[in-house]
Design a protein around this ligand. Structure first.
Ligand SMILES: [Cu+2]
Length: 204
């Protein structure tokens, strides 16, 4: 038998099951079932799988909601692109736009507060990867994913696009800040920080 000539016997496949073959089929079946039941188990008892809500949304509607949050809660801008850093009230809704090739705006969240993180794409498929946390969320155009998150450690996190989205994919990086309660480089606090730093250097 070859791939060019037809098999010599017509019914070539009707053979009794070999013991080794049967054993491997049984092993594969048991493993498949184990993985199948691990999915709901890990969703309930594991910490990696987020429970999400998803809604249909248009890019325009989502952009508008994000813009409203940015208009209300921007505390400063960063980088030469003047990306707004937004600090929405603790426990509220936060919106993040993924688009070629930018995350917009930059979010500043308070440690220990639960937020509803909204994610949607303005164009193609992207993926929200939060480093160094083990968090990876698909961001799909036309859908608004909502994830309830509670930052547990203060610091500066990196947001990376984990879905190849074109020529500028590798530049689609951003930050996410988690600050201690009542802290952060916001308006007044920022001014205070500057004064303190001046004092440390002995300047007046
Ligand atoms: Cu992307």
């Amino acid at each position: 038998m070859s791939s060019i000539l037809p098999p010599s016997t017509r019914v070539w496949w009707n053979q009794p099951l070999d013991r080794v073959e049967g054993t491997w089929i049984a092993i594969a079946l048991i493993w498949c079932l184990a993985m199948f039941f691990m999915m709901p188990y890990w969703h309930i008892f594991g910490k990696q799988n987020l429970s999400n809500e998803a809604y249909r949304v248009t890019a325009e509607a989502y952009g508008k909601k994000t813009q409203e949050m940015v208009d209300k809660f921007t505390v400063r801008t960063e980088t030469e692109l003047k990306v707004p850093v937004v600090r929405p009230p603790a426990g509220g809704d936060v919106y993040l736009i993924a688009r070629m090739w930018q995350w917009w705006p930059i979010l500043e969240l308070e440690k220990g507060q639960a937020y509803r993180l909204h994610l949607s794409s303005m164009d193609y498929m992207h993926s929200f990867s939060l480093q160094p946390e083990n968090l990876n969320i698909q961001v799909v155009p036309g859908y608004e994913g909502v994830y309830t998150i509670t930052p547990t450690r203060a610091g500066k996190y990196s947001v990376v696009c984990n879905e190849f989205c074109g020529i500028g994919h590798h530049t689609m990086v951003s930050n996410l800040y988690v600050v201690e309660k009542g802290q952060g480089r916001t308006g007044d606090d920022g001014a205070k920080d500057k004064v303190e730093r001046k004092n440390e250097r002995g300047e007046k």
